[in-house]
Design a protein around this ligand. Structure first.
Ligand SMILES: [Ca+2]
Ligand SMILES: [Ca+2]
Length: 280
C-alpha cells in the first residue's frame, strides 16, 4: 500500500514536469565587434542591432545580427561621435541611438540623437534629446512613440521624455483610377481612397484600424478595407472606404489627407486633391 502511494506521487510529479515549458538560454554567435561595455541595441523587424560602447577606446561601430543565420554583419558606423552609455530604441522600420558619454579628462554628456534606416543602412541626425545630455539613460518604445528617462548628467536624473518621429509621407489616391476626383459632400455613399505601395513604402503594412481621413486627416475611420493592386503596377495596395458624411468634407474643400500607423508603429501621412460637386 505504501509503495502504491509512492508510485502515484512520482507519476503525478512527472506529469506536472512534462506539461510545463521550460525557459532556456542558448549561447549564440559572439557579438561581431570587439568586447566592450556601455553599448546599446534595438531590433528592427527580424534583425537585431548593437553598436557604440567602450573598450579602452570610445567606439561607434554598429552591427546587425540575423537570428536566421546566427551571424553578425558590420553596418554603417553610428551617425554621432564615438561614445558609451548611449540609449536606443526602435519605432517601426527605424532605430534610434542618442545621449551617451565621452571622457577626455572631463566628462562630456551628449544629447544628440540619430536615426538608423536599415533599408538604406544610413544614419540621419534628428532633434536633440529634450533633456540635458546624459549617460546611462533608459529608453523604450510603445507604438509610434519613443521614451527616454533617468540617467546621469553629473547628477542622478529622473526627467522623462517622449519622442515622436515625423510622419512618413505616403502616396494616396482618392477615387483610384479617376482624375480629377469629384466628391459630392451631400452624398450618403462612400469615398474610396487607395494607399499606394511604392519603392519605399509597403501599403499592406498599414494598420487600417489607425487610419483616419478628412480635410484635417482626423475625421473618418474606414468602414471597409481590402488589399488589391489598384494601380496595376504589380504590387499590392490598400483600398479603404470612408462614409462621405463621416469625412467632414464641405462644399469648396479642395484636399483631404490620410493619417495612420503601420503595424510596426511608423506614423504615415498622405494627401490628395479633389473638387466638390453637387453644391449649387
Ligand atoms: Ca483619383
Ligand atoms: Ca500597386
Amino acid at each position: 500500500m505504501k509503495m502504491k502511494i509512492c508510485a502515484f506521487v512520482i507519476l503525478l510529479a512527472a506529469g506536472v514536469t512534462s506539461s510545463r515549458a521550460q525557459d532556456t538560454w542558448i549561447q549564440k554567435a559572439d557579438f561581431g565587434g570587439t568586447p566592450r561595455y556601455g553599448a546599446v541595441g534595438f531590433s528592427i523587424g527580424a534583425k537585431g542591432y548593437i553598436g557604440t560602447g567602450y573598450n579602452g577606446t570610445y567606439l561607434k561601430d554598429f552591427w546587425e545580427y540575423d537570428p536566421a543565420t546566427d551571424a553578425w554583419t558590420q553596418k554603417a558606423n553610428f551617425g554621432g561621435t564615438a561614445r558609451d552609455w548611449a540609449t536606443g530604441f526602435s519605432i517601426g522600420s527605424k532605430g534610434y541611438i542618442g545621449t551617451g558619454h565621452f571622457y577626455d579628462g572631463n566628462d562630456h554628456y551628449y544629447k544628440d540623437f540619430c536615426e538608423y534606416d536599415a533599408a538604406s543602412n544610413t544614419w540621419t541626425q534628428k532633434a536633440d534629446f529634450g533633456g540635458t545630455g546624459k549617460a546611462e539613460a533608459v529608453g523604450f518604445s510603445m507604438g509610434s512613440k519613443g521614451y527616454i528617462g533617468t540617467g546621469f548628467d553629473g547628477s542622478y536624473t529622473n526627467d522623462f521624455w517622449e519622442y515622436t518621429p515625423e510622419e512618413t509621407s505616403i502616396a494616396i489616391d482618392i477615387k483610384p483610377g479617376t482624375f480629377p476626383n469629384s466628391i459630392n459632400p451631400r452624398s450618403k455613399g462612400v469615398i474610396p481612397v487607395a494607399i499606394l505601395t511604392t519603392d519605399t513604402f509597403d501599403a499592406t503594412a498599414v494598420d487600417q484600424t489607425t487610419v483616419r481621413f478628412g480635410p484635417n486627416a482626423t475625421e473618418a475611420a474606414p468602414v471597409q478595407s481590402a488589399l488589391e493592386d489598384v494601380d496595376g503596377d504589380g504590387d499590392t495596395d490598400m483600398i479603404l472606404h470612408f462614409k462621405t458624411q463621416d469625412t467632414g468634407i464641405v462644399c469648396g474643400d479642395t484636399s483631404a489627407s490620410i493619417t495612420g500607423e503601420t503595424f510596426g508603429g511608423q506614423a504615415i501621412e498622405g494627401s490628395d486633391s479633389f473638387k466638390t460637386v453637387g453644391c449649387k
